[in-house]
Design a protein around this ligand. Structure first.
Ligand code: PEP
Length: 241
């Protein structure tokens, strides 16, 4: 069964109500048929984004979720709350969460389980640092990060994103062959229908070459998802490949 490609934007902590509306309007005008597309937006904008995107082909989601169902967890947002705002996707284990907020493999796995349990599609991010790559530890690191989640139950319906930490927001992209090698390694641990996205400085200029690889099923896009023409060009590349 062919896997439908997915191009998901990660807006990180960017945007205003006005700029979000303009960005989404521009994306909606140019959206290509073919790949599934989504934007993962900051929590406070979910309500407005949901209203603007309802009934359009563009889906929406969040960038983080609590591992807890409810309770005294000041500042946290539960999976059920995200579901109530119509989120389809939620990113879990982004390297910025792992490194800046010290999220452990176990905590990421708990977040994944919470998201799955609420009917959301978790986008699990895995990836090695430059030091780990240079030490030949890439496969060991991504396998450990993925296995923490696989050990807790089924991955079915979820999405995996390989995001080498050294390529995120740096302008330095993994070559298509470097990315494909890790995707092929990860694919062996998953069933055939699971989509594996590549993330790390994907732009209009490099997307087609990455998406031409057999185990790359789309992209998780940071900076380039904030510019409508760039994001649309990446979607076009996913539509073709
Ligand atoms: C990301 O934040 O997931 C990401 C891949 O960022 P960028 O595309 O900016 O490298």
């Amino acid at each position: 069964m062919a896997r439908t490609r997915l191009v998901a934007g990660n807006w990180k902590m960017h945007g205003t109500r006005a700029s979000n509306r303009a960005l989404l309007d521009a994306i909606l005008k140019g959206l290509a048929k073919g790949p599934e597309c989504a934007v993962c937006v900051p929590f406070p904008y979910l309500g407005e984004v949901a209203k603007q995107l309802a009934g359009t082909p563009l889906r929406w989601g969040a960038q983080n979720v609590s591992e807890h169902e409810r309770g005294a967890f000041t500042g946290e947002v539960s999976a059920a709350m995200l579901a109530e705002f119509g989120c389809r996707y939620v990113i879990v284990g982004h390297s910025e969460r792992r490194h800046l907020y010290c999220e452990s493999d176990a905590q990421v796995a708990a977040k994944f389980t919470a998201a799955h349990g609420a009917g959301l599609v978790p986008i699990l991010c895995v990836g090695e640092t430059l030091a780990e790559r240079d030490a030949g530890l890439t496969e060991e690191v991504v396998a450990r990060q993925l296995d923490a989640v696989l050990g807790k139950g089924a991955f079915s319906g979820a999405v995996l994103a390989y995001e080498p930490v050294w390529a995120i927001g740096t302008g330095r992209t993994a070559t298509p062959h470097q990315a494909q090698a890790v995707h092929a390694f990860l694919r062996k641990r998953l069933s055939r229908e699971v989509r594996i996205l590549y993330g790390g400085s994907v732009k209009a200029s490099n997307a087609a070459a990455l998406f031409a690889m057999p185990d790359i099923d789309g992209g998780l896009i940071g900076g380039a998802s904030l510019v409508a023409e760039e994001f649309l060009a990446i979607v076009q590349a996913a539509a073709k490949g």
